[in-house]
Design a binder for this molecule. Structure first.
Ligand code: GAL
Ligand code: ZN
Length: 683
């Protein structure tokens, strides 16, 4: 298996000693407390440009060198950041072009962070010089284990340089303006371009009617940010840096196609800030779980949890305390899903500024008897007990497609419902239905291969791109089980509608043609009811509610398993199955309730021989995830219910390598709320 392997599971987080220069005793105290909490890694220098280059061209790295040395002597390694996420005042004053420009053409003032143009040659040069100086000085330090490039790249820039680069990107892609006009369908409303120079980014005060433009702008922005990252990495490598590279991604981040950015890093990492205790924890855990799985699936290798909050954040609408045990559960959930680290934001809580009330391992109070500190110490101990899981693999037989470009396209499509198509929620329904059975799930985009999975679910793939149809055809032909939903295969990669019937290119594989789609007002619903007599696995025996969207279909070879219960299309197919080659293709016609997905997927998985790694039913709210090495399987069991759960598993059949405080393992396994158990099994 590929990926970046560290000596052990990493425990630690963002550390900002540059904020504490006036408090020399703090560093000593921090190191003592870090060691006690079994912290072995910190991320340094993320927002430290001011201290690294106080005056243009004058680097001051000695303070950093001293801290890296001191940490290293104490067994603490460093993810060393490049500081491009925020820059000094002098730079913005001298080179205003580095400041970001808004959609309305106004240029930002100096301030905040991530406030840079990612095209500006000046900014790229400044970053390059800084990165090379850092790499030349620190890459060979044995305490530096990873380059943490920038921080949470985000946002868009509309400056003349970015717009020029966009036009260059388009020329490269389409060759001629005639071709661009064809692919963007610009005869519509007489929006034909005469030259590339006329193209502006999409904006509400200008062009919002050309969907091809909208998608290409989003693609360009991802590419340009990826290129900025590439240039940061190139700068490091050019001076001989050998340490692996990452950049930290964000939760549910629609702005950039992370797949395009991930290709420039050695290991994917991300920052996880769930609003625990806002809704039921089992729902938050599912939502967090899919994010972990998206991150892991990008490179199909273990990832890093780069940031998480050991107590409340300070930027969410309400910042609720983590209930006892939650930090442990959330941390171990990351490990269960394939993370080789548990890192927090931040090690020491800042005294002033925007984040002075953001949770941290070490509070303003600064002593060990702080509740959060103790919970972090517990996680530190846990990770030592789980050390043999380091860099083991998460193998999945089921995959769900979640595609950024499709997400953009659906939200801009001006289709059957402009007040909510619920792409992410729809993907989650399939994901949850697998996860509730204790199955690992990979979450892939349309460019990744689906070969080798037993079951692939592709919810709401409105756009077919990157040869997805061909992949699906082969997959089903060779025996795979494929699940497609309503409003799929409607347009191509330029958002041009398929002619001659949909799902475009897959009508024979699905054995049907989707004819019309009904948008339902909020609060309206229909229902799916069983067709008697079928023996297919997809056959369900009760009615299920559906809302938002009802696709009408005309079957050719597909067999209806359920039909609509209401409306003028009552009695027409609402769930179908088609035998194609050695495989089967299911089509879900409507936005059905979760229990429909749960029941359908349970039957389909059973027929395909996919089952949970524990020999009992997986109760709601219990997360089962497995990691494995060549000969060993590690079964992580977590209880996200607020009540105890008893699992009739014979503990003697396994080695229990980890159990949270409170777990009972006599005969059966009883987990209290937020408890974790890890069982080891020889394969
Ligand atoms: C992250 C960011 C950190 C810190 C944290 C607070 O998004 O990378 O620097 O601001 O949020 O939750
Ligand atoms: Zn710009």
């Amino acid at each position: 298996m590929d990926g970046v392997k560290f000596n052990h599971l990493l425990h630690g987080g963002d550390y900002n000693p540059e904020q504490w220069f006036d408090y020399p005793e703090i560093l000593k105290d921090d190191i003592r407390m870090m060691k006690k909490a079994r912290i072995n890694t910190v991320s340094l220098g993320i927002f430290a440009w001011c201290k690294l280059e106080p005056v243009e061209g004058v680097y001051d790295f000695d303070w950093l060198a001293e801290i890296i040395d001191r940490l290293y002597e104490n067994g603490i390694s460093v993810n060393l950041a490049t500081p491009s996420g925020a820059r000094p005042h002098w730079m913005a004053d001298r080179y205003p072009e580095i400041l970001r420009v808004n959609m309305d053409g106004s240029r930002n003032h100096f301030g905040m962070r991530h406030n840079h143009c990612y095209t500006s040659p000046v900014y790229r040069r400044k970053v390059r010089e800084m990165n090379q100086a850092l790499a030349a000085r620190f890459d060979s330090h044995p305490g530096v284990i990873l380059w943490h490039v920038s921080n949470e790249y985000g946002g868009e820039c509309y400056c003349p340089l970015c717009q020029q680069a966009f036009r260059g990107w388009l020329k490269e892609k389409y060759g001629s303006v005639e071709e661009l006009n064809r692919r963007w369908y610009t005869a519509f409303w007489s929006h034909t371009y005469d030259t590339f120079d006329q193209v502006e980014p999409p904006m509400p005060t200008g062009e919002m009617a050309i969907h091809g433009l909208y998608l290409d702008w989003k693609r360009f922005v991802s590419d340009q940010v990826g290129d900025f990252l590439r240039s940061e990495v190139e700068a490091l490598r050019e001076v001989g840096a050998k340490k692996p590279v990452t950049t930290n991604f964000m939760y549910n981040f629609q702005e950039y196609n992370y797949h395009k950015i991930a290709k420039f890093v050695d290991v994917v990492s991300w920052d996880n800030y769930p609003t625990w205790h806002r809704k039921q924890e089992r729902l938050t855990a599912m939502d967090t779980g899919i994010q972990h799985d998206i991150m892991r699936s990008m490179k199909k290798a273990p990832f890093l949890l780069m940031e998480s909050c050991p107590s409340p954040t300070n930027w969410q609408p309400v910042n609720k305390l983590r209930r006892p045990g939650m930090v442990e559960a959330a941390s171990l959930q990351a490990v269960a899903h394939g993370s080789d680290s548990v890192l927090y934001f931040q090690i020491r809580k800042g005294r002033g500024g925007f984040e002075k009330f953001h949770g941290a391992v070490i509070d303003h109070y600064g002593k060990e008897d702080d509740r959060t500190y103790q919970e972090c110490c517990q996680v530190g101990e846990d990770l030592i007990r789980l050390s043999e899981c380091n860099h083991t693999w998460v193998k999945a037989d089921a995959a769900v497609i979640f595609d950024w470009e499709n997400w953009w396209a659906i939200d801009e499509s001006k289709g059957p419902r402009n007040q909510g198509m619920y792409y992410k929620e729809t993907v989650e329904k399939s994901y949850y239905a697998f996860r509730k059975q204790g199955l690992n799930v990979d979450v892939l985009d349309m460019e990744q291969s689906i070969e080798g999975y037993r079951i692939v679910a592709a919810p709401l793939v409105y756009m077919f791109r990157a040869g997805f149809e061909a992949q699906v055809r082969k997959f089903v032909e060779e025996g795979g089980i494929f699940i497609l939903t309503y409003w799929s295969g409607v347009v191509d990669e330029n958002d041009l509608c398929f002619l001659g019937g949909t799902p475009g290119g897959l009508m024979d594989v699905m054995g049907l043609r989707s004819t019309e789609i009904d948008g339902l007002y909020d609060g309206e619903s229909n229902y799916l009811c069983p067709v008697q007599g079928s023996v297919d696995a997809g056959m369900l025996s009760r009615n299920y509610r559906c809302e938002h969207l009802c696709q009408l279909v005309e079957v050719s070879t597909a067999v209806p398993l359920m039909v609509y219960g209401d409306e003028f299309y009552q009695g027409t197919p609402a769930l179908t199955v088609n035998q194609y080659g050695k495989g089967k293709a299911y089509y879900i016609c409507a936005d059905a309730e979760q229990s429909f997905y749960d029941d359908l997927y349970r039957n389909i998985c059973k027929e395909a021989g996919l089952k949970a790694p524990i020999p009992c039913f997986v109760p709601e709210g219990v997360e089962i995830t497995t990691r494995e090495s060549e000969d060993t399987q590690y079964i992580f069991i977590q209880n996200y219910n607020r009540t105890d759960v008893k699992l009739p598993i014979r503990v003697n059949d396994y080695e229990v390598i980890f159990q949270s405080e409170g777990v009972k393992t006599g005969g059966a396994i009883t987990l209290r709320k937020f408890n974790t158990v890890v069982l080891k099994n020889r394969k």
